[in-house]
Design a binder for this molecule. Structure first.
Ligand SMILES: Nc1ncnc2c1ncn2[C@@H]1O[C@H](COP(=O)(O)OP(=O)(O)O)[C@@H](O)[C@H]1O
Ligand SMILES: [Mg+2]
Length: 271
């Protein structure tokens, strides 16, 4: 297949977890996480244009290594405000940062959720530091799904993905898990992108009411999550304090589910 044809073939999702390979559709190149990383870091940028959705409008770059041509999202936002006013809230010490995209991917992997976040690396483009993420084969985003009133063919499987997403969102205190940051592929796989407004400095949960059910493995990984490992894997993108807040929220999430289990029984809470 020529690289152009490969590029034209959408409907793909390939993510390697810990070196393993998980090809979701035949058209996408069958690459391990390391190969995707290598491609993102070393392939040549041959085209670029700014995306139109969202607030910061990151760049969609087309990269090629001579054999494979594929797109990636380049985000370089780095903004700090002592006070940021939003329609329904005010945030102090607001930070919007590409570094949180890299940290979110690394943290997701530690929790076994690496297949819900695109492979993301630290990257410099045109002398600007940023994050570079594999471009996902999204068929639509959650906003479009709701507008078109489309339902996932397997509601149960869809809800399980949503629940995993909400647990992760609480852990990273994501203030921007809006519907355009939830991408859906042809096979109804849910992907999370855009964590530039996550990792807020709080030892509390943003929306505990979202935590209704939890993946058993995810809860186990949360219990075992080690702050030193989080710090090492997300280095230098998260501060010690940011990791400390993650761990405080981890404790709250685990306690929340333990309480729910005590009240409702394990089978009503865990899947
Ligand atoms: N890795 C990606 N794969 C596919 N589409 C992406 C990817 N990253 C961004 N996009 C698209 O670009 C839009 C804007 O990117 P995003 O990272 O959400 O920045 P912002 O919302 O700050 O503008 C997203 O809503 C999505 O439609
Ligand atoms: Mg966005």
């Amino acid at each position: 297949m020529t690289s152009l044809l490969r590029r034209a073939a959408v409907g793909v999702a390939v993510v390697g977890l810990a070196g393993a390979c998980l090809a979701i559709a035949a058209e996408e190149p069958n690459l391990t996480e390391d190969q995707i990383r290598e491609f993102l870091l070393h392939a040549k940028v041959v085209q670029s244009h700014q995306t139109s959705k969202g607030v910061t409008a990151p760049w969609r770059l087309t990269l090629t290594d001579g054999k494979l041509t594929h797109d990636a999202a380049f985000q370089s936002i780095e903004e700090f405000k002592v006070r940021a006013d939003f329609p329904s809230r005010t945030e102090f010490n607001f930070r919007d940062s590409y570094e949180f995209n890299i940290a979110a991917y690394e943290l997701a992997k530690l929790l076994g959720l690496g297949d819900m976040v695109p492979v993301t690396v630290a990257y410099r483009w045109k002398d600007t530091p940023g994050s570079l993420s594999w471009w996902l084969p999204a068929k639509l985003d959650e906003e479009e799904r709701q507008k078109q009133k489309l339902e996932a063919p397997d509601a149960n499987a869809w809800n399980k993905q949503l629940n995993r997403m909400w647990v992760f969102s609480q852990l990273v205190y994501d203030t921007d898990r809006n519907q355009t940051n939830m991408l859906i592929s042809e096979d109804w796989k849910l992907w999370m992108i855009d964590f530039s407004r996550a990792f807020r400095p709080y030892s509390k949960l943003l929306e505990p009411q979202r935590l209704v059910m939890c993946d058993r493995q995810l809860l186990e990984k949360l219990r075992r999550l080690d702050g030193n490992e989080v710090l090492a894997k997300t280095k230098p993108h998260l501060s010690k304090s940011e990791v400390k807040w993650i761990m405080a929220r981890r404790d709250l999430i685990v306690a929340h589910f333990e309480k729910l289990i005590a009240e409702k029984g394990e089978n009503a809470v865990l899947y």
